[in-house]
Write a protein that binds this ligand. Structure first.
Ligand code: ATP
Ligand code: MG
Ligand code: FE
Length: 358
């Protein structure tokens, strides 16, 4: 089936076209530049940017693929999780298109789409058999808005959340710490670069939620051992920087960046591998903007390799938010005979992973 996918959950307006597991086009317009001076995504600005960008992005995608709206078999749109106002723009546009063309509409989960996009990557599709993702698949999603470990038994029917952050997302921690160090937004790439000149062992920053006494038990439910916490780490970096300043010493920014980055990535990769081992997961797919991080790729490769887990990293344009990932999941739903959504659905900013479509 030929699927049109629409993404607007954060600061990227994405329209993608996918036929089965074949990527036809992936057009993305980002409002990231407009958020730079605020040091983070401002929801109202993102919503307005989606409004401005949607029609040009749609037209460009159709033109690039040489496809007319009439040729499309179904439309898929991100219905959550994400920023409520931003989601509303994509969902309203998708509903309007579905109404005008009479095409079925699929209201789909953004996080699950980050996994489904793996099917579009040539190297991964080659490993996938008969257009299906590998069996016993896990996913580690790390971006400015999320930090999750998922178990995917069937991309169209059975996806389970194993662990998630209880406070800041990993990318958000990079952005906040970069700001503390006087680096520009988005902080991830800046810290990644600076960290290469620093000593990752210079400062021992806390590894959040790795000490058993802080975790829930059967009697007193609390964070699970696959959950993450990065707000304590961010505070520790702030205290560390203040310490140097109070002593009148220059802040060793490269060492702080490297040590902070190592603390985040050590926990993320260790927990992802632990979750894989304990849940018979043999293939781990990486997704989200933080997947661009060079140290994350290296550490994940090392640790997965040592544990006998195959690591799959889709190309970067498919890791960050885009419309093709939405179309890819839409195609899987169509091919698996999942019923389209009732047009009365509303976007759900906290749509749970277990709900693959509405
Ligand atoms: P969502 O969470 O909905 O996917 P988002 O816009 O917050 O949306 P992305 O666009 O996927 O997320 O990724 C942006 C995040 O990735 C930012 O927090 C940025 O700092 C981080 N990032 C980008 N490159 C790197 C890198 N090399 N190292 C670490 N973090 C990075
Ligand atoms: Mg983004
Ligand atoms: Fe995303």
């Amino acid at each position: 089936p030929l699927i049109l996918g629409i993404e607007s959950s954060c600061d990227e307006t994405g329209v993608g076209l996918v036929r089965g597991i074949e990527l036809l086009t992936n057009t993305v317009s980002s409002s990231m530049e407009e958020h730079v001076r605020f040091g983070g995504v401002i929801p109202e600005i993102a919503s307005r940017a989606h409004l401005d960008a949607f029609v040009p992005t749609l037209e460009q995608a159709l033109a690039e693929a040489g496809v007319a709206l009439d040729d499309v078999d179904a439309i898929a749109v991100t219905s959550g999780p994400g920023l409520a106002g931003a989601l509303m723009v994509g969902v309203s546009a998708a509903k309007a298109l579905a109404l005008a063309t009479g095409k079925p509409l699929y209201a789909i989960n953004h996080l699950v789409a980050h996994v489904g996009v793996g099917l579009l990557d040539a190297s991964i599709a080659a490993a996938a058999t008969a257009g299906e993702l590998p069996e016993n698949l896990g996913a580690l999603l790390v971006s400015g808005g999320h930090t999750e470990i998922l178990r995917v038994r069937n991309i169209a029917a059975d996806v389970e959340l194993l662990g998630a952050t209880i406070d800041d997302a990993a990318g958000e921690a990079f952005d906040k710490v970069a700001r503390l160090l006087g680096l520009a937004y988005p902080g991830g790439p800046a810290i990644d670069r600076l960290a290469r000149e620093g000593d990752a062992k210079a400062i021992r920053f806390p590894r959040g939620l790795t000490v058993p006494k802080y975790m829930g038990t059967a009697e007193a439910p609390g964070p699970h051992r696959y959950d993450f916490s990065f707000s304590g780490l961010k505070t520790a970096v702030a205290r560390c920087v203040e310490g140097y300043e109070a002593r009148g010493e220059a802040v060793p920014v490269a060492d702080v960046a490297a040590s902070f980055q190592e603390a985040v990535l050590d926990v993320i990769t260790a927990k992802a591998v632990l979750a894989c081992r304990e849940n018979h997961i043999t293939t781990l797919l990486l997704g989200g903007g933080v997947a661009a991080n060079s140290r994350l790729r290296q550490l994940a490769q090392q640790r997965c390799g040592a544990a006998g887990i195959t690591l799959l990293v889709p190309r970067m344009s498919l890791c960050t938010d885009n419309g093709a990932m939405v179309a890819a999941l839409g195609a899987q739903l169509v091919m698996n005979g999942v019923a389209p959504s009732d047009l009365a659905f509303a976007p759900d900013s906290s749509m749970p992973v277990g709900s693959i479509s509405l």
